[in-house]
Structures are given as structure tokens and as C-alpha cells.
Design a protein around this ligand. Structure first.
Ligand code: NAP
Length: 305
């Protein structure tokens, strides 16, 4: 694959790392949101007709889960507008070029419920949750975005799902490891769930998978993440490796937490996680285990003050 790649959301947690380490980093077109707002179809059309793109990697999204929940059911809200309408605008604009422009959509485990009656870890072809009351509003909008990609571009597009993406450093926002590390350093770490099943995505490996997808032209649905663990095991191991402390993390159960806070259970899916078997076979890569991810991040300098 040769040619320019349009990247949306290139200043975010995941996209900005792709910009740093992609094998195709010299071929990326990186408009900021002020230059290309995906809720504005004419801006998208103008960019697509001005350059000869061979791929679009779509990271841009409304990712604030709490703010999204405030907008539940509101299709005029920013979350729906960016995630669903913004994605639809992009794929509609790509449609005329779909034979030569490979559209790659970044998505989330949040499209699955994580409920006991439909538990993860989910295979690549597992059906998305269609009932909005069983997922976060953010997750529902990302599922609707996936649907738009498939409806408009069919087999010519790619969906890459990730879960709790982590990296060694990023000023813009804390992630699933750096936030508890900061809280630990401040003496404010709260108890972690001992009974919630999660996986974690090493952003460097997400970028490697993306390079493979783009360069070799893989189409379909892919997952990029570790094996499953619990937040309690993951954060305990991370603190052992970064701060040399053991038994530093208190445990709690989801039931205790949900009873205490009154939070709805869809905010904290118990049986989450993604499987990567099909992705590993198709892309010919092996994703690290969650322990290996922590080890690699520590080698890169995670937690150095
Ligand atoms: N972070 C997670 O936990 C997680 C988990 C699973 C999947 N994902 C998915 O991974 C992708 C990247 O997530 P992230 O954490 O890197 O996101 P992020 O840090 O919140 O960055 C989002 C990016 O999207 C841009 N953006 C927002 N609205 C836009 C608009 N209307 N037009 C153009 N650009 C817009 C933002 O621009 P500004 O910087 O100008 O605001 C920012 O660059 C998303 O698709 C997300 O759904 C994330």
C-alpha cells in the first residue's frame, strides 16, 4: 500500500502514538479538529477531494463516558453527533472512493454488554449489543458508528476494536494504568475490582496491528488487546513493578461498589474483555499478555518521576 493516509483524532491518546511510531508516519495527513470537524460534511468532502488518499484511519471520537451518559438518548448531543453522525459523514464521503481508499474505524469493547447472559471475552464476530439500556451511551454510539461503517462501505472497510488503551506517557490524559499510579503516589488510590473481567490494549501493539492492516489491506473486524485479568490484579502488578510495593491495593467487588454508589451495572460490565485469536491468525502477530504489557511499559519508563 502506498499513498497518503488521512488520520482523524491524531492528537488523542491513541492517535498521537500512531503518529509517533507508525511505519507510515511520513505519509500521514493530520488535520486538527479546527481544520477538519467530522460533524461538518463539507469540510470532509473538501479534504478528500484535495488529496490522493489510499487510507483513512478514524480515531476521532467523543470519549468522555460520564459526559456521554449525561446525553443518554439525545441524538442532538455531542456524543451522538461526533460518534455516529461524524462517522457517517466520513464513510459517506469515502463511499465514491471506496475502491481505492481503505477506511479503518477504531472502536471499543463498549459495543458489548459484558453481562452474565452474554459474557466476554468476545470474539471478533460476536454480535454487538443492540439494546442501549444494556451498554453505556458512549458504547451504544460506537456500536451505531460501526453499523454505519458496515452499511455504507460493506466489506471494503475495517473495524479495529480496542479496550483500555495504555501507553508509557501522554500529557493529554491519564489511562487505565497511569491514573491509578498517580492516585497511588498521591495516597488516594481507591479499591480495585477483584471480580471484573477486563483486557487491556498496549497502544504500541495497536499501532503495529494498524500498520499491518493498512499495509497489507486487511478488511473486516479485528481486536487488539491482552488476555483477560481483573483491575485488582493488573494494578497490583503494575505497582509492584513501578513502585516495588506488594499488597498495596485494596480489593472490592462490583456488587459492593454498585450497591454503595447506586451506579447502573452497564457502567461497569462484569464479564468484559476481547478475544484476539482471529486477528492474530490473520495479521500474523501475537499480542502481549497483560503482565508482558506492564513489563514493556516499565522498560519504556512507565512511572519514572
Ligand atoms: N480511551 C479509551 O479508553 C478507549 C477505549 C476503547 C476504544 N477507544 C477508541 O479509540 C479511539 C481513540 O480514542 P482516544 O482515547 O485516543 O480519544 P481521545 O484522546 O479522546 O481523542 C479523541 C480525538 O478526537 C478528536 N475529535 C473529537 N471530536 C472531533 C470532531 N468533531 N472532529 C474531529 N476530531 C474530533 C479530538 O480532537 P481534540 O483533541 O481537538 O479534542 C481528539 O484528537 C476512539 O475512537 C475511541 O472510541 C478508546
Amino acid at each position: 500500500m502506498k499513498g497518503l493516509i488521512l488520520v482523524t483524532g491524531s492528537e488523542g491518546l491513541v492517535g498521537s502514538r500512531f503518529v509517533e511510531i507508525s511505519e507510515r508516519k511520513n505519509f500521514l495527513h493530520l488535520p486538527k479538529q479546527v481544520e477538519l470537524d467530522i460533524t461538518n460534511p463539507s469540510e470532509i468532502k473538501a479534504v478528500l477531494s484535495s488529496y490522493n488518499f489510499s487510507a483513512v484511519v478514524h480515531f476521532a471520537a467523543f470519549t468522555d463516558l460520564n459526559a456521554a451518559e449525561e446525553e443518554r438518548g439525545n441524538k442532538d448531543g455531542a456524543c451522538w453527533q461526533v460518534n455516529v453522525e461524524g462517522t457517517r459523514n466520513l464513510v459517506e464521503a469515502v463511499r465514491p472512493y471506496k475502491a481505492k481508499v481503505h477506511f479503518v474505524h477504531i472502536s471499543t469493547d463498549g459495543v458489548f454488554s459484558g453481562n452474565s447472559d452474554d459474557p466476554g471475552p468476545y470474539k471478533e464476530d460476536h454480535p454487538r449489543e443492540t439494546d442501549p439500556t444494556r451498554v453505556t451511551w458512549y458504547g451504544f454510539t460506537k456500536g451505531e458508528a460501526e453499523k454505519a461503517v458496515q452499511e455504507v462501505l460493506g466489506d471494503s472497510a475495517t473495524i479495529l476494536r480496542i479496550i483500555y488503551p495504555v501507553r508509557t506517557e501522554f500529557e493529554g490524559k491519564l489511562d487505565f494504568l497511569r491514573k491509578p499510579l498517580k492516585l497511588y503516589d498521591e495516597g488516594k488510590l481507591y479499591p480495585m475490582f477483584t471480580d471484573q473481567q477486563i483486557s487491556v490494549s498496549f497502544i504500541d501493539e495497536v499501532c503495529k496491528a494498524l500498520d499491518k492492516i493498512i499495509i497489507d489491506g486487511h478488511k473486516g473486524i479485528f481486536h487488539a488487546c491482552s488476555d483477560t485479568t481483573t483491575p485488582h490484579k493488573l494494578i497490583s502488578y503494575m505497582l509492584e513493578k513501578t513502585r516495588g510495593v506488594t499488597n498495596a491495593v485494596e480489593g472490592t467487588t462490583l456488587r459492593e461498589f454498585l450497591e454503595k454508589t447506586g451506579n447502573p451495572s452497564y457502567r461497569y460490565p462484569k464479564f468484559g474483555g476481547l478475544k484476539v485469536g482471529v486477528t492474530e491468525a490473520k495479521l500474523g502477530i501475537k499480542f502481549s499478555t497483560w503482565r508482558e504489557i506492564v513489563d514493556k511499559l516499565v522498560t519504556q519508563g512507565l512511572g519514572e518521576k
